[in-house]
Design a protein around this ligand. Structure first.
Ligand code: NAD
Length: 522
């Protein structure tokens, strides 16, 4: 199939057209896979030390060209420069810094225990690359979402093909970084286009798909991948709860909640999307939130990426997402919610003000569906039990935050919330630590990126057991005789009864070995 649908990429800050991309052709995709498969052997056979050196070239380039990269990110996403620096540049460099230290140890061959019944053998686990990883990314953190999985895949010995979002493709940026940094050519390729390109890329049988995006697309990708049993990791949406107990420091917690809801203009899979406040501090905390929200410095059509990072919030990235935000607000207001701040954008603009909403409940979309905008809906709870029940009343399970001075209680609640990640007295912090695995449960997907588990998700974990080449015939091999059956029974009983009789086990074991050697297939 060849399709030439064009996607117009615009700057959401001023709505100026930047450039166009089209769906890629079958031929371009075939060529990319041919190149990838040729490079697979090169990367697979590259010593780990050399892989780390390659990744460091990317790091050095990103550090040296950070402002230029930030400008590209900001002009396609509309996020503030500060958000681009703190979430995209910092996270990429911090993850590289972590992996350069730990990847060689994580991916080296590991000896494992061999049980006594397999005496004389040796066991090990080795980690082998899968081959070509297809990475399909969304529009909200375009730079980080392209680089993180491709760096992890490369360190694990794979090559990758990235299909960025057709809304924020950052066209040419990754290629430029690869070329100018001197990173191994063709080990990471980028193929542009929309969902049609994504489908053809999946049909071309990558060895694994790492997908980040919406639940609806995740289900389609899994269905298509299932036809050829291609493994998938799905990093999907979220509706993160924040549970705030009455013993918190109000000023700090209010600031944390505001940042957790409005960073990246609320367009983060781990944004705080619903807040539960214990009733005794509800009024005080809501009034602090209302007061502080007014002090936030917002971008507008004339200000933002020209400024040197002194803007708290950027704008929404797309008209379509902004309309979802508006529909959720309308649904809530129609059902009795009150808007304490924000709530409306200037007509025609993608600059949406930070919005505080009260009197909301679990019948409203703003509490049950992913809003993905700068909206902070707050609710009350009485008891710990009720807070847990409300937090878990969601089809999503990406991350959550728990706020309390009582760390024992906070940890207990963190363990009771059904999510892949929980921050205590902070928010969106688990993903800031590259040693922690990141991923969700329930509708938020499965699979893990970052940490040891993130690297292991791109390898074949191969088990190897080594026996000596000798003349011994194993007692469990044929022929199976009554004599051997009796001896094997005694051996199992002596070894696995609660009071182990190791001497008896050894005697029976020796006898069984002898019988095994004697009783041959006739
Ligand atoms: P989306 O699902 O619309 O698109 C994501 C990517 O999938 C794009 O590149 C798109 O072109 C591609 N695509 C769409 N249909 C496809 C198909 N049938 N086959 C192959 N590829 C296809 O998501 P989006 O709107 O770009 O991103 C927002 C969503 O991403 C939100 O739900 C957000 O929560 C989620 N997200 C999750 C994480 C996470 O780590 N869990 C991180 C960021 C964003």
């Amino acid at each position: 199939m060849t399709t030439n649908d064009a996607f117009s990429i615009q700057n959401p800050i001023n709505k100026k057209k930047l450039y166009e991309i089209s769906e890629s052709s079958n031929q371009q995709i075939e060529q990319a896979y041919n190149t990838a498969r040729r490079m697979q052997a090169v990367v697979k056979n590259m010593p780990m030390k050399k892989r780390v050196e390659e990744i460091l070239k990317i790091n050095d380039y990103v550090i040296a060209h950070r402002e230029e990269i930030i400008t590209r990110i900001v002009e396609e996403t509309g996020k503030s420069r500060f958000d681009a620096l703190s979430s995209e540049i910092l996270e990429v460099c911090d993850t590289i810094d972590h992996f350069k230290k730990v990847a060689p140890e994580i991916l080296k061959d590991k000896k494992v225990h061999t049980p006594i019944v397999l005496m004389g053998k040796k066991s090990k686990v080795v980690f082998e690359p899968l081959g070509t990883i297809l990475i399909i990314t969304p529009w909200n953190y375009p730079f980080y979402q392209m680089l993180l999985p491709s760096i992890s895949a490369f360190l694990s010995g794979n090559v990758s093909i990235i299909k960025p979002s057709e809304i924020t493709p950052l066209k040419g940026l990754i290629e430029k970084i690869i070329e100018e940094s001197g990173f191994l050519k063709d080990a990471v390729q980028v193929i542009y286009g929309g969902k049609e390109t994504g489908k053809i890329l999946i049909d071309a049988k990558p060895d694994k798909i790492h997908f980040t995006g919406s639940v609806a697309t995740g289900k389609k990708i899994m269905e298509q991948a299932a036809k050829q049993l291609t493994p998938v990791d799905l990093e999907l949406g979220g509706k993160d709860p924040a549970v705030v107990f009455e013993d918190v420091n109000i000023e700090r917690t209010a600031n944390g909640l505001l940042w957790g809801s409005f960073t990246n203009c609320g367009q983060s899979c781990t944004s705080i999307e619903r807040v539960y406040i214990q009733e005794s501090i509800y009024d005080e905390l809501v009034s602090k939130l209302s007061y502080n929200i007014c002090k936030l410095k917002l971008s507008d059509e004339n200000r933002n990426y020209f400024e040197a990072g002194d803007c708290d919030m950027g704008c929404m990235t797309s008209e379509a997402q902004t309309q979802i935000v508006e529909a959720h607000i309308l649904d809530a207001v129609q059902k009795g919610a009150k808007i304490l701040a924000g709530g409306k954008r200037k007509p025609g603009s993608l600059h949406f003000p930070p919005t505080l909403i009260t009197d909301v409940n679990h019948t409203m979309k703003i509490v049950t569906e992913e809003t993905f905008g700068p909206i902070l809906p707050v609710m009350k709870f009485k008891t710990e039990k009720e807070a847990i029940q409300l937090a878990n009343d969601s089809p999503y399970g990406l991350s959550a935050s728990v706020w309390s001075k009582d760390l024992e209680r906070a940890e207990r609640v963190a363990k009771s919330i059904a999510a892949g990640n929980v921050s205590i007295n902070n928010c969106m912090l688990t993903e800031a630590n590259p040693a922690l695995p990141f991923g969700g449960i329930k509708n938020s997907g499965f699979g893990r990126l970052k940490g040891e588990w993130g690297l292991l998700s791109f390898v074949n974990i191969k088990s190897i057991i080594i026996d000596k080449q000798s003349s011994i015939i194993e007692p469990h091999w044929y022929p199976h005789t009554k004599n051997k059956y009796g001896l094997l029974t005694s051996l199992i009983v002596f070894l696995f009864s609660r009071s182990k009789k190791l001497v008896k086990f050894a005697l029976v074991g020796m006898k069984l070995e002898k019988v095994g050697a004697k009783e041959k297939i006739k």
